[in-house]
Design a protein around this ligand. Structure first.
Ligand code: NAD
Ligand code: MG
Length: 380
């Protein structure tokens, strides 16, 4: 099968390439994209020989073109859209881009009839209302790579929609799960990037520490599984062994367990509907010990409430929430604001920006830009 891997140089992108290596010729990587990590991109081109490659900047593209005359290159947002639609129609598009930049290529991939394996949750958060009807219209499959959503999809397999009482998304709690709010005033970027259970890109690691990641995942689940928000719960589960649960109307509660390893949901999405062997660490129940579940306190983690409220409001509210968060995380990572200011900025933006009107792709991109510009200018 042909693969287009968008965001190939990131944490999910590189783990997708691991699965491709392990699949011994089953996949052919025809397209890859990267934003700025040109050295990693060169190594990927050397190993996988894609025919189309897109990068962020035109200058980087020109350098690459000189060294790889047989490869077609693109850059910027046009390059991403071409990457999502190039190649044969049976190409599976793996979207492992971080942030709202993933939305346009996802929509174009669907319109071009490509199935999409989606790690880029921001796409569904801001564009879910557009994407879900498009999938039906173009007979396209959207396979979640997020571990919780992959688990829920597997648990729901074959279940009738009206037999589901609720889904329960588990949260590890992130880097600061053992700190009180009062202790968060002095935490550093280094502290926030030290996630206890997962090694991931910087943005999602910060989102895990603020709990925005779980907030985004609630909205993602609402769209993917067509469930109202009052049927989507979260629970703190510090071991990250139960990846999520589904409770049915007969009180049966099904859980999906495994060692935390993103290559498992990536492999599931790539091979769907088949399930193929994966040589990962198997969970040893006999030595596992206790698993813990605790309520997630919205006073301790206000981002959960902001996200849920934006999701319930719908329209452009999730775009504002997501853009404010992306800009604030960028400012935090570059040392310009404190950890708790991320929340303050999100709250300020969701109260200040309340765009109205029908949801469109140009509208989302405009609101996304406007909110990010406002935040970055206000704090730079
Ligand atoms: P990452 O930062 O490691 O990688 C991001 C990739 O996107 C890189 O290849 C980068 O070059 C590219 N990129 C960055 N900004 C871009 C832009 N403006 N335009 C185009 N490309 C751009 O991120 P990651 O941790 O791999 O996460 C990717 C996505 O997957 C995120 O949406 C994240 O929430 C989701 N996700 C990640 C994990 C994980 O374990 N890392 C788990 C679940 C979901
Ligand atoms: Mg997740």
């Amino acid at each position: 099968m042909n693969l287009a891997i968008l965001g190939a140089t990131g944490s999910i992108g590189l783990q997708t390439l691991d699965i491709v290596r392990a699949s011994e010729g089953r996949f052919s990587v025809v397209t890859v994209t990267a934003h700025t990590s040109v050295d990693k991109l060169r190594a990927i081109i050397d190993e996988f020989h894609p025919s189309y490659v897109a990068v962020g900047l035109e200058s980087a593209m020109r350098d690459l073109q000189r060294d790889y005359p047989d490869v077609t290159f693109g850059h910027g947002s046009d390059g991403l859209v071409t990457a999502a639609t190039a190649g044969p129609t049976d190409t599976l598009v793996v979207n492992a881009i971080v942030g709202s930049a993933g939305l346009e290529p996802t929509i174009h991939a669907i319109k071009a009839g490509r199935n999409v394996a989606l790690a880029n949750k921001e796409t569904l958060v801001i564009g879910g209302e557009l994407i879900m009807p498009l999938l039906a219209e173009h007979h396209v499959r959207l396979l979640p790579i997020d571990s919780e959503h992959s688990a829920i999809m597997q648990l729901l397999d074959g279940a009738k929609h009206d037999t589901v009482r609720r889904i329960v998304i588990t949260a590890s709690g992130g880097s600061f799960r053992d700190k009180k709010r009062s202790e968060l005033t002095t935490v550093t970027v280094g502290d926030a990037l030290a996630h206890p259970n997962w090694t991931m890109g910087a943005k999602i690691t910060i989102d895990s520490a603020t709990m925005m990641n779980k907030g985004l995942e609630i909205i993602e689940a609402h769209h993917l599984f067509d469930l109202p928000y009052d049927q989507i719960d979260t629970v703190l589960h510090r071991e990250s062994i139960v990846h999520s649960l589904v409770e049915f109307t007969d009180t049966a509660l099904l859980a999906h367990l495994g060692e935390p390893d993103m290559r498992v949901p990536i492999s599931y999405a790539l091979h769907y509907p088949e399930r193929v062997p994966f040589d990962g660490t198997r969970l040893q129940l006999e030595t596992l010990g206790a698993l813990h579940f605790e309520p997630l306190d919205e006073a301790r983690y206000p981002m959960l409430r902001y996200a849920r409220e934006a999701g319930v409001k719908g329209g452009y509210a999730p775009t504002v929430l997501n853009a404010a968060n992306e800009a604030a995380v960028q400012l935090f990572l570059s040392g310009k604001i404190t950890f708790l200011q991320i929340e303050e900025i999100v709250l300020q933006c969701v109260t200040t920006f309340q765009p109205e009107g029908p949801l469109t792709l140009p509208g989302i991109l405009e609101v996304d830009n406007e909110v990010k510009d406002y935040v970055l200018k206000a704090y730079s």
